[in-house]
Ligand binder design. Structure first.
Ligand SMILES: Cc1cc2nc3c(=O)[nH]c(=O)nc-3n(C[C@H](O)[C@H](O)[C@H](O)COP(=O)(O)O)c2cc1C
Length: 174
């Protein structure tokens, strides 16, 4: 059975930590997996399923993941894929917050019809360390009324990863 590639984009490390937990959890159910930054420009040669995720900044995903998805769209469309998104707004998990993040995902990567359709989307709270931000980013945070804090909950991530691992596997072996 092929391996599951977890691809992430991250500026300050929260999405990387979440991607690593996803990969650990997938390994825990006996699947081969690798976690790579989109900056490493991974290719899909040795994988049979992909999990991909990115953080939201000012209501958008970084272009890095979008560019990678567009480059590999033909192949990704034929593979089981799951997507997740990370944002400070998910510190309060409401249907409205999820709907906004769905719109972000839709505009960025999920306009490819099958992308992420193998499993439910992951919506995870991130982290904001004000000491790591440049003044312009602090200003954006203030305007958006986003507080600083660390809301990353790896237990929530683990549960989602186990759930999607089963779905990705059943697609791979079907
Ligand atoms: C300048 C700035 C803008 C942000 N805009 C949003 C936003 O629009 N929606 C949201 O949910 N989170 C927003 N966030 C929070 C980030 O998504 C969150 O900190 C995330 O964990 C960052 O992930 P990373 O550490 O992997 O880069 C913003 C953070 C910063 C610093």
């Amino acid at each position: 059975m092929g391996r599951v590639l977890v691809v992430y984009d991250s500026r300050f490390g929260a999405t990387r930590d979440i991607a690593e937990e996803i990969s650990r959890s997938i390994r825990g159910v006996g699947l081969g997996t690798e976690v790579l930054s989109v900056g490493a420009n991974p290719d899909l040669e040795n994988y049979s399923a992909v999990v991909l995720g990115a953080p939201v900044y000012s209501g958008q995903l970084n272009t890095g993941l979008c560019d990678w998805v567009n480059k590999h769209a033909d192949r990704l469309e034929l593979m089981p894929t799951a997507v997740f998104v990370v944002g400070a707004t998910m510190r309060e998990d409401t249907p409205e917050v999820r709907a906004k993040l769905d719109t972000v995902l839709g505009q960025a990567i999920c306009d490819h019809p099958n992308l992420g359709s193998a499993a439910p989307r992951g919506y995870f709270a991130g982290r904001v360390d004000p000491h790591k931000l440049i003044p312009q980013q602090r200003f954006v945070m203030k305007m958006a009324k986003l507080p600083s804090g660390d809301w990353v909950d790896l237990d929530v991530v683990h549960k989602w990863a186990i759930e999607i691992a089963c779905k990705l596997v059943s697609r791979v072996s079907a």
